[in-house]
Design a protein around this ligand. Sequence first.
Ligand code: ZN
Length: 329
Amino acid sequence: MILRADIASGSFCLPDCDQAPKRGPGTRPFESAREALAAGFRPCRHCSPLLTGIADPPWLVPLMSEVEADPGRRWHDHDLEMLGLDPDRVRRWFVANHGLTFHAYTRLRRLGAALRQIQLGEGVGQAVLASGFESESGFREAFAQVFGNPPSAVDRESSIWINRVATPLGSMIVGVHDGGLCLLEFAERRMLDTQLKRLSRHMGRVFLPGEHPLMETVRAELDAYFDGSLRAFTVPVQAPGTVFQESVWNALRGIPYGETRSYARVAETIGQPEAVRAVGRANGDNRIAIVIPCHRVVGSGGEPVGYGGGIWRKEYLLAMEQAQAFHLS
Ligand SMILES: [Zn+2]
């Protein structure tokens, strides 16, 4: 797919966008959105070329509507075939986009729905019925495999709900629990099973795909941030770390929108001017991209060094914030 950028307007489009520039000397073709961004073009607001591949593809929509309509349903390969779908294709798409097979995804959703019911005060028996497990023992076993604990021992505090959220820079994985936002990372660093398990151990919590009311707040604030109308996030954040990490992350939240600081300056801010390298590491360990603005820390010469989500995203965020700050002030 060739994306076309309009040199005069500075934006680039999907081929089928009705605002896409016509081929000609005033345009530049790009093989990928990433290359167009790196060349300084911004995504068209009309066709959002960075969002392709994030929405479920049309062939998958009927299946996903059925999953949403009845999250407790158990699915088998022949159910997929009945819907005219190739189970292998479904599996490949899920592994690439969710980091899990379709069956693992629906099983986790069923476990998540059951956990939520238990947390809301339902008995285990009720939760088993509603989540499509055939027997209570089967349910307890599946539950313990995922959580490492029997259902009654898993409390509200120990689960983190994860989902994808679409942004102009690509899909992000968002993780929330009742206490606040605790994970926001670009999904390119895919949340494959092993990564999730590692993070789960590190945070002493269990990850489940699903919706949580706070996700709506996160989505709304990210939308407002990317359209330039929001400068400071209000969603509660929970970022537990070492004392040193927490002091660095706090200092990052103090860097104003549209500005940058060097690692050395952050080290001075926290009263440890000699700890420049450790500041760099704590910056890289930030698990809540954008909201804890680690992208605002730059090299001593102002160059955008090191970013987990990719330098091109850091450059984009800084350029966008600086342009907005200039407009608004
Ligand atoms: Zn467009």
